[in-house]
Structure formats: structure tokens, C-alpha cells
Design a protein around this ligand. Structure first.
Ligand code: ADP
Ligand code: ZN
Length: 603
């Protein structure tokens, strides 16, 4: 009998297990249960696929994401693994075929939606088959406490009694302590081992920038670093989604909109194009994302601030699932802060909830204004610890300068105070800069001692200062009305001169174009390698079309990159490339070898 490592190498084409994978596989092979908490892109599927192949019988994989089953089965098919799925999209005849294969023990894995699995007819059928194990994917859906509860999942509780012999593995990427406990209780995993892996997504580079002509910043980013890549651009409103998608198309990108206001046909079509084709940018509200399992998303851009660190981490987490380098870029400005603060304080929710929302928002602001490693703060937020700065976020790559802003802050704060804590940021800046406009005269603010004391900074510079004062909670924004500012207790020591205030000297937009920041993405592929890179991608695309699958199912980006580095010229060398297993070598090997040999010839 082959070992787990044999399967990993020959079937999947990977040289070694990652992190906890081996321990998890071993545990299942010994017949124990397992709870697996692993970040997106960590490699959860291998944890049950390898034992499913090795253990006699069929493994039942429960997944809520019907749209993804087809892809998963296609991917296994290309690896030479016998798998199928059952969900509401299949015809009666197709279901009969699957049932026949089940009964003749012809399948290693069966993907199934929970509502279908729990039908009495299905359960009876399964009792007549040889089962190797159960894998419950997206297991946090059983938790009423978690953020993605599904009623169908709750009923999975009964599964354990019915099938006491088979090991159960529950997998999720998002589970805090309480959700985790609920998964264990509901699925009765008390006798299994728990594998809690860190939250870190080391291949995602975090960058947070202040908005200064955000469209231009976006264009610059796409043109200098992301030509030909797939990605997601999030905007706060539907209108902005439409406008941004249109504008990107005019700039020559293949950009498609996605938001809840579009018809379901258009949504489906745009989503499919994004999944199946290379080089598509989806511009979306946060309605887009759930159930999108495209592994080669190379960037996620936030044109507006998300509403919490949880949301930010989940949305950026859609980048780089294949483990290859990816960028998460956020633009934010004072308007975002004001808008979100108002939304949080004027919502219908009760006071306790509002307070929680405000806290979440403040935590996000702290992340934005941070001088030090972004990843360390993110992980600490999720009670995970990263000992050293990561080296792969904007602050690590280009540490921001800070400056003594005590005097500027004193001017700003006293101007808020002198105007009676009744005005928004724009008016305060007008007063500071000594404006002679109608509004200033209307309130006789030209007579104040703070009128015109801040001419040394431009309005934009003042905006940055105010934003940081809000983020540091020296100033607060009233919910009602127009973003009225008032002082908090924290302002007092600064006003009195008891405290020195260091603010971040913002790395201006121009830093965006400095090569240092994005060396990891584009510079990875040398100029001279570009023709081969393009040719490999074209080859992949052609094969994908022939097989009717998305390109990444043929080979993922990491595998193509590996080919670029090693330039294998025969089957033996190609087999050494990460991600090339026996079956794929046989199906696609020659096509890729031809491309590589042709390129070497041209060099
Ligand atoms: P998850 O379900 O945890 O988001 P996946 O199972 O989709 O992650 O795996 C993410 C990517 O990592 C896939 O492209 C997969 O092929 C790759 N991968 C998983 N395990 C390994 C490994 N041991 N070696 C190399 N690549 C791996
Ligand atoms: Zn860092």
C-alpha cells in the first residue's frame, strides 16, 4: 500500500506536506477525528483528500458551496482521483449514475450539499456503501454564534450517531474560541485532536495608503504591478462600483461590476467570467466574495475603508489562496472615517451594539494609522502572535517617518474648542487657514484667536492631521448631522502641553511608484523571462478551454513560476516541478515541454 507521502508526491505532485497537514492526515488514517482551523490557502483540502484516497471506501465531503463542487471534482479528475458530487444542479439520470458508482465502490470522494445529505433516502443509501470518513468543510456554518450560520448545517449534529464508525474531520478558516467550541459540541468531536494553525497569510502583502486621487493611484498600481492579473476591487456603494468598472474598462482592463442591484443573470455571468478566465478584474461591493474560491486572485484593492478589521481580513483573504504572492491594498481618507463613524452611531441598533461597532471601527483606524508592522497588529487582533516584524507589509518595507505634531495638534484642537465644538472638519480647516468665506463671517469666526493660525499647512495636510487626531481619539465625531467634531479627555494633556504627539508623516502617493515597495511581485519575473511566462500562460489557457475547466485547474501560478525558474526540458525534469504529478505529467507534460524548448531555442 502506498504511503501518504507517495500519494502527495505522485498524485498531487508536491514534494512535502505543509505545516500540520501530515499530522492531520496521520490522525485520520489512524481513525481519529480532527478539528482543523487553518487560514485560507493553508491547504485544507489535502488534509482529507489524501486519507480519502488511502482509506478503503468513499469519503463524504459536506460543503455548502454548490458552485464550487464542480470545480473541486474537475480538479481531482485532472489528478486522476475518482470523485463526484451530488447537488440540486444534477438531473435525475446524473444522480442515478453517481449512486451506481457509490454502490460499486468506484469513488474515493463524494461532495454533497448538507440538505441533500440529510435526506432519508441519501442516508439509507450511504448505509449500504463502504464509507471511509466524513469531512465537514466550512464547519463554522454549524455555529449559531459564528457569522455565517446555516440551518442545514445544524442538522448535521445527528450524523455522528448514525455513523459512529467513521472518523470525522471538520475544517474552517474562521473560528474564534466560542465558534470552535460549538463546532466540537455539535459535531461531537470530543475524542479527536484539534489542529489550530495560525491565522497568518504570509504571501499577502498589506499596504494601506491615504486617498489622494484614488483612481490615479489604482491605475498606477494596476499598470506597474498587476498587468494581466486577476483581482478584486471593492467599493462601498453600487454607484461607485458601476463607475469604477466602466472607467477601468475605458483604461483597457477587462473589468466587470458585481453588486446586489444587478440581475442574477448578470451576476452569474460576471462571476463565471471571473472564475473561468485569466486577467479579469471584478469591481464589487462586499456582496461579492462568499463562495468565491478562485485561487489565483493576485490583488484585492479597497477603494473605501471596510467597516472592521474582521471584514478587512476576510475580504483581503480572498487574495493568494494558491500561496503565491498577492497584494492587499487599501485607500482611505477622512471622508471614509466620518461616514463610517456616522453610520455606526446612527444605526437602529441598541447602545451596546453601537459601542461595539465604534470599537471595531477604532481598531481599524488604529491599523490604518500604524507606524509599525501591519501584520503584527492584525494577528494580535485575532489573538495570534507574530514575534518579529513581517518584512512583507508597507510599513516594514518602507518605514514611515514620524514628526512632532504637538504644536499643529494644539492649534487644531483649540480651534475646535474656540468654535464651540459645533462644526465639521472643513469649516475648522477654513478657520485655521484664515479663510474669508461667507460661513466664517456668518459666525464671526474671523475674530477668533485661532483664525488664520494654521496657514503653514495646506488644507490637505490639515486633513491628514485631523484624521490622525480622530484615529487617536483626541477628537470624536458626533453621530447626528454633519460630522461635528468635539474634544475628548485625551485631548487635554496635548492641549496643556503635557504630552508630545508624534504623528505619521504620510508616505505620499509617490511612494507607490517606487520599485522597492512592489519588488516582490513584478521583479520576481525577470524581463527576459516574460515571453516564456506569457507563452506558458497561453498554453495553460488553451488546455483549460479544451478541457472546459478554469486555467488554475490545469496548473496554478506557483507551478508555472516553478517551470520558469527550472526550465525543464524533459519529462523527468518536469516531474520535479512543484504541482506536477503523474497524471498531469501524462496529460499536459508534452504541451508545456514544447513551449519551454521552443523558448530556449529562441534565446
Ligand atoms: P484552503 O482550502 O485551506 O483555502 P487549499 O486546499 O485550496 O486551501 O490549498 C491552497 C493551495 O495550496 C492549493 O493551490 C494547493 O494545491 C496548495 N497546496 C496545498 N498543500 C500543498 C503542499 N503540501 N505543497 C504545495 N502546495 C500545496
Ligand atoms: Zn510587516
Amino acid at each position: 500500500m502506498p504511503s501518504a507521502l507517495d500519494i502527495l508526491q505522485h498524485t498531487f505532485g508536491y514534494s512535502e506536506f505543509r505545516g500540520e497537514q501530515e499530522a492531520i492526515v496521520t490522525s485520520l488514517l489512524e481513525g481519529h477525528d480532527a478539528l482543523v482551523l487553518m487560514p485560507t490557502g493553508g491547504g485544507k483540502s489535502l488534509c482529507y483528500q489524501v486519507p480519502a484516497i488511502l482509506r478503503p471506501g468513499v469519503a463524504i465531503v459536506v460543503s455548502p458551496l454548490i458552485a464550487l463542487m464542480q470545480d473541486q471534482v474537475d480538479a481531482l479528475d485532472e489528478l486522476g482521483v475518482s470523485a463526484s458530487f451530488v447537488n440540486s444542479s444534477l438531473s435525475y439520470d446524473e444522480i442515478r449514475t453517481v449512486e451506481r458508482r457509490l454502490l460499486s465502490n468506484d469513488l474515493d470522494l463524494l461532495y454533497i450539499a448538507p440538505e441533500r445529505l440529510l435526506q432519508e433516502r441519501t442516508l439509507e443509501l450511504l448505509e449500504r456503501c463502504q464509507l471511509s470518513m466524513f469531512a465537514i468543510d466550512e464547519a463554522h456554518c454549524v455555529s449559531q454564534w459564528g457569522h455565517d450560520f446555516r440551518r442545514d448545517y445544524l442538522a448535521l449534529s445527528g450524523l455522528r450517531q448514525r455513523f459512529p464508525q467513521q472518523p470525522f474531520i471538520a475544517l474552517t478558516a474562521t473560528a474564534d474560541e466560542r465558534t470552535r467550541q460549538e463546532i466540537i459540541d455539535r459535531l461531537q468531536l470530543h475524542n479527536g485532536k484539534h489542529f489550530i494553525c495560525g491565522f497568518d497569510r504570509p504571501n499577502i502583502q498589506y499596504r494601506i495608503r491615504q486617498k489622494a486621487q484614488a483612481r490615479k493611484q489604482l491605475l498606477n498600481f494596476l499598470q506597474t504591478e498587476q498587468q494581466g492579473n486577476s483581482g478584486v476591487v471593492y467599493c462601498l456603494s453600487r454607484k461607485k462600483v458601476e463607475e469604477t468598472a466602466k472607467w477601468l474598462s475605458e483604461q483597457g482592463f477587462h473589468a466587470l461590476p458585481f453588486h446586489a442591484g444587478l440581475s442574477s443573470d448578470i451576476k452569474r455571468e460576471n462571476q463565471n467570467t471571473f472564475l473561468r478566465e485569466d486577467q479579469v478584474i471584478i469591481v464589487a461591493t462586499v456582496a461579492f466574495g462568499m463562495g468565491i474560491d478562485k485561487p489565483d486572485v493576485r490583488f484585492v484593492v479597497h477603494m473605501d475603508m471596510p467597516k472592521s478589521i474582521e471584514a478587512y481580513y476576510q475580504e483581503t483573504g480572498r487574495a493568494g489562496r494558491d500561496g503565491d504572492e498577492a497584494v492587499a491594498l487599501m485607500f482611505y481618507g477622512i471622508e471614509d472615517v466620518v461616514k463610517l463613524k456616522q453610520m455606526a452611531s446612527t444605526s437602529e441598533a441598541d447602545e451596546a451594539f453601537k459601542r461595539l461597532e465604534q470599537q471595531r471601527l477604532n481598531a481599524l483606524l488604529a491599523l490604518c494609522e500604524l507606524h509599525t508592522c501591519r501584520r503584527q497588529l492584525l494577528l494580535r487582533y485575532f489573538s495570534d502572535e507574530l514575534e518579529n516584524p513581517c518584512g512583507n507589509c508597507d510599513n516594514c518595507i518602507e518605514p514611515p517617518r514620524s514628526w512632532d505634531a504637538t504644536e499643529a495638534a494644539q492649534k487644531a484642537l483649540s480651534c475646535v474648542y474656540r468654535t464651540g465644538q459645533r462644526f465639521g472638519v472643513n469649516h475648522i480647516i477654513d478657520v485655521l487657514r484664515g479663510a474669508n468665506n461667507e460661513r466664517v463671517f456668518k459666525f464671526s469666526h474671523q475674530n477668533l484667536s485661532t483664525w488664520g493660525i494654521g496657514k503653514e499647512y495646506s488644507a490637505d495636510e490639515w486633513r491628514l492631521i485631523f484624521r490622525q487626531l480622530i484615529a487617536r481619539e483626541l477628537l470624536a465625531i458626533d453621530g447626528e448631522g454633519w460630522g461635528v467634531l468635539h474634544l475628548t479627555e485625551l485631548a487635554r494633556p496635548v492641549l496643556r502641553g503635557d504630552e508630545v504627539l508624534e504623528l505619521r508623516a504620510d508616505v505620499q502617493a509617490k511612494a507607490e511608484s517606487r520599485r522597492k515597495v512592489h519588488k516582490r511581485i513584478v521583479d520576481d519575473i525577470e524581463e527576459a523571462d516574460m515571453p516564456l511566462w506569457q507563452a506558458l500562460r497561453a498554453c495553460r489557457k488553451r488546455l483549460a478551454q479544451e478541457h472546459g475547466v478554469p486555467p488554475y485547474i490545469i496548473f496554478n501560478d506557483a507551478t508555472l513560476r516553478d517551470m520558469l525558474v527550472h526550465r525543464p526540458e524533459d519529462e523527468h525534469a518536469l516531474r520535479q516541478v512543484n504541482g506536477v504529478g503523474d497524471k498531469k505529467l501524462q496529460s499536459f507534460g508534452q504541451a508545456f515541454l514544447d513551449v519551454i524548448i521552443e523558448d530556449n531555442f529562441n534565446m
